[in-house]
Write a protein that binds this ligand. Sequence first.
Ligand SMILES: NC(=O)c1ccc[n+]([C@@H]2O[C@H](COP(=O)([O-])OP(=O)(O)OC[C@H]3O[C@@H](n4cnc5c(N)ncnc54)[C@H](OP(=O)(O)O)[C@@H]3O)[C@@H](O)[C@H]2O)c1
Length: 336
Amino acid sequence: MKAITLPAYQGNIIRALRSLEIQEKELPVLNSDEVLIEIAAAPVNPSDLAFIQGGYNIRKALPAIPGFEGTGKVIQTGSSTEAKNINGKRVSFFSQSERGGSWSTHIPVKACDCVAIGNELPDEQAACFSVNPFTAYAMVELAGEHGSKAIIQNAAAGQVGKFINVLAERASIQVINIVRKEEHVDMLKTAGNKFVLWNQEEDFLQKLKELASSLYARITFDAVGGEQSGQMLGAMPDNSMLYLYGALSGRTLSEIPATDVIFSRKSIQGFNMNEWKDKLDSNSFQDISTQLQELFSEGTLKTEIQGSFPLAEYEKALMQYIRGMSAGKVLLLPQK
Ligand SMILES: NC(=O)c1ccc[n+]([C@@H]2O[C@H](COP(=O)([O-])OP(=O)(O)OC[C@H]3O[C@@H](n4cnc5c(N)ncnc54)[C@H](OP(=O)(O)O)[C@@H]3O)[C@@H](O)[C@H]2O)c1
């Protein structure tokens, strides 16, 4: 098999990227609960960039194969029934195990970390199915449980942000979108989203506060961190909750209004899709997976893809993604 390998974690993304190389490796010997997947497509996600920079909560032993998500065909299985049940199937997978990475021609993955994919879903959609759609689904469900009539979210032109807009509309929940580039205001408005704020506009905080109050937005999904966390928490009404689910700014949370936390019962909590998934029984997870696959098949949900590259062109692929993430995911096609 061939795999992109990372020799050392490096904080500077360009240096980290330049240090990657393609290596030939032996195919792994499978554990009983694993399947071997011949990878058709694997995306580059923000968590992959954080991983190669050593800034993610997962650190694999070095040299490591990056990439947590992808799709492909199961070509070999371990001896467990769960593994044998998906022999020969097309699957989408999410795996953060030491045993491999998705930026590779093959990967051993636990059968329980695979989702069988119907033929209607092309590889480019299946490659990005295991993380973002479930994340957005879970967060919109959380907003409903909180009884919030509206959601505030930043990084809104990203893929999770776009999914949240679609799923929230179906749940009759309004969304106040925050973007960092002015051109993304029009992009989201043209796509039918009513409330979109550019965080550099002069009266951004005032507008955010007015909208949060008039729409009664008591829940925020924050993918950025830094001072934006405090700004969003401060703009929300009493009894609000901010869920931090990404750290795109790379900065610690700041400008948290202390009196709001003490006297207005505003709070902050982390959200992690893996933890959410672990709490579901397998039938509930399967039901949600089926619902989401149907939404993809009918075209209600769609991951934007801005480019697809053979494995050997990983440097070009990563650079294109880093330059503008809102344009869509970049895929690596290991069999090309
Ligand atoms: N906790 C979980 O379980 C979980 C699950 C899934 C995803 N996530 C996280 O969710 C976030 C979004 O993921 P995604 O797949 O939707 O990403 P994506 O589609 O690649 O888009 C990223 C978005 O964030 C914007 N962005 C990048 N850096 C930013 C910064 N410093 N400040 C403000 N905006 C910034 C990008 O704008 P440009 O176009 O300007 O680059 C783009 O709109 C990531 O942090 C990811 O790790 C967390």
